[in-house]
Design a protein around this ligand. Structure first.
Ligand code: GLY
Length: 566
């Protein structure tokens, strides 16, 4: 008994130590290069994107298409043809823009499609299986990028992706483990075996012939192959056979949309981020604008006061997200009012360092003139000076788990990002309102936050993250880590993160790198600390332009992420 007690004391003490900040470390520098860089979730995808620039002379937009498609091959966990995403760019001439290639609800979708006869939310229905699938936007997005900004022929850009799928890639240990973990779920959902059904181990070669064939057809026939051609036929027949509701008309109607990005200042930084239907840019602007009022550098990194300010600003931003935000093609969003410093100053008025605000005491504000875990982000800079931040997703890990053996890819479960029933949390615990209710052809609200930052009128940082609702707070902390706490890009993405999203009223913290005394202080002020449910908060990939013009990559140590450049 005594031995058991001693053992428990030792285990407890070592757990506590896990959350202790380690001694002052030497800054860790990421990969540093002179001209061009790609940082993505997988080395193969980063290299394919880089070679498009280095060997073929393409620009960052060509590299984006190659990287996005390569992620569909080598990172099917989130990379996709069956999903969608957002991209923010800044050209070498300083022009900025944003592309929305988010999925849409099918035309046959209805507001109550995930409710039973008694009006109860059947949560699994919006998450797993073909009814969870939104109309995919990725292929339309890549062709829209190509049409407006591409410089190389599409066939040339897609060629290395076809080779990658046909000749295969070597699995990392994490990837082999993940495929094996999910294989029984894929079989159950699809009622059939697939290439994922084998027992995989590290360094096994993974070939996806069906996906190579799909890419070959897209390379030859272009965008219409996916939305009207043979691929469209296979896709619709396949999903229909599984009681899905996406039709050929849904596919042929799909368009990617160029949007005005959300632009705001944080001190002397100009931040360019994603507009609705992502909540990313607005929430980021709300949080940073509120934080700007406080000397958080003096408070210290991940110290009680700096954490309190960020937590309280986040609480208020996510409350507004829940009420105001949805697809701008369907709902009026008071963007300017929501991010105006005057409005945000008022939102923080009740905040006191003495005691946590409770989320029940916070609802959406009243802005003046009223008339936001599985995704992947990559950042690219080319030698011409173009910069890209792109985040793409299937929503959950492997999306709906629906996999077409004939097409070689998974389908998203993005329908869960709608508010299926007011007051019911989605898979990220987000509570949505009427603005994000399901309607045919509507885009579901996102948290994706691809972001470009300028300093002194020049490109400074490209940044983004996966992580559902945690994307926004991950991006925000990464920017602050570099700007306020002078971290290198690599240290900034590696630094332990925390997250608050209004509801549930708790502060999620990663289970390492936080000082136990800091967490105790926050607890004493009424903050509910949860370090059990977020082993990982975000997985940031970013590029920072250093004062001497070189580029530093920040490839998140939480994954297999890789920065390459020249
Ligand atoms: N599917 C996660 C997001 O868009 O926020």
């Amino acid at each position: 008994m005594r031995t058991l007690f001693l053992l428990l004391v030792i285990v407890f003490a070592s757990c506590k130590n896990d959350r202790k900040i380690s001694e002052v470390k030497k800054p860790k520098l990421g990969v540093v290069v002179d001209s061009a860089m790609v940082v993505s979730a997988r080395a193969e995808a980063s290299r394919i994107g880089l070679n498009i620039m280095k060997e073929k002379g393409g620009n960052a937009f060509d590299a984006m298409i190659a990287t996005e498609f390569a992620l569909a091959v080598v990172f099917p966990y989130a990379g996709n043809l069956g999903g969608g995403g957002f991209m923010v760019y800044r050209t070498q001439y300083g022009e900025v823009g944003a592309l929305d290639y988010r999925e849409k609800a099918p035309m046959a979708a209805t507001k109550d499609m995930y409710l039973d006869d008694n009006g109860n939310f059947i949560s699994n229905k919006s998450k797993t299986g073909s009814l969870a699938v939104g109309v995919p936007g990725t292929v339309a997005g890549m062709f829209a990028v190509h049409e407006r900004h591409g410089s190389l022929p599409m066939e040339e850009i897609i060629a290395p992706v076809i080779k990658l799928a046909a000749e295969g890639y070597y699995l990392t240990a994490a990837q082999a483990k993940r495929y094996n973990k999910y294989a029984p779920i894929f079989e159950e959902v699809n009622d059939s075996k697939s290439i994922y059904s084998n027992e995989w181990k590290e360094n096994d070669l993974f070939v996806n012939t069906a996906l190579a064939e799909t890419f070959k057809r897209i390379a030859v026939n272009g965008r219409q192959e996916f939305y009207q051609g043979k691929t469209a036929d296979i896709l619709v027949n396949f999903l229909s056979s599984k009681k899905g509701i996406i039709t050929k008309k849904d596919l042929s109607n799909y368009e990617a949309v160029w949007r005005e990005p959300v632009i705001f200042n944080y001190k002397d930084l100009k931040i360019i981020s994603m507009a609705p239907p992502s909540s990313g840019g607005i929430c980021l602007a709300q949080i940073l604008n509120a934080v700007e009022e406080f000397p958080i550098a003096a408070y210290g990194h991940n110290q009680p006061r700096s954490m309190q300010v960020i937590i309280e600003a986040s609480r208020r931003a996510y409350a507004d997200r829940s009420h105001f935000l949805g697809d701008p093609d369907f709902v009026e969003i008071p963007v300017d009012s929501l991010i105006s410093p005057n409005y945000l100053k008022g939102r923080m008025q009740e905040f006191s360092f003495d005691q946590a605000t409770t989320s029940t005491a916070i609802s959406n504000g009243t802005p003046f003139g009223q008339e936001s875990t599985e995704t992947t982000h990559y950042s690219i800079v080319d030698s011409f000076g173009n910069a890209i931040a792109a985040t793409t997703t299937l929503n959950a890990a492997f999306g709906s788990k629906v996999y077409s053996n004939e097409l070689g890819f998974f389908f998203n479960n993005e329908m869960d990002d709608f508010s299926a029933k007011p007051g019911e949390p989605n898979m990220f615990g987000l509570i949505g309102g009427e603005a994000n209710a399901i309607e045919p052809q509507k885009r579901m609200l996102s948290s994706m936050t691809p972001t470009i930052v300028e300093k002194n009128g020049e490109f400074w940082m490209s940044v983004g993250s996966p992580g559902g609702s945690q994307i926004i707070t991950s991006v925000m902390q990464t920017i602050l880590n570099v700007y306020e706490y002078d971290m290198t890009m690599q240290d900034a993405v590696n630094a332990p993160r925390f997250h608050h999203q209004w509801l549930p009223d708790e502060v999620m913290v990663e289970n390492y790198g936080f000082d136990e005394d800091v967490l105790k202080t926050l607890t004493s002020k009424g903050y509910q600390i949860n370090y059990n449910d977020a082993p990982v908060i975000g997985k940031v990939d970013a590029i920072l332009r250093k004062p001497n013009g070189s580029l530093e990559g920040g490839a998140d140590h939480r994954g297999d992420d890789t920065a390459v450049g020249f």
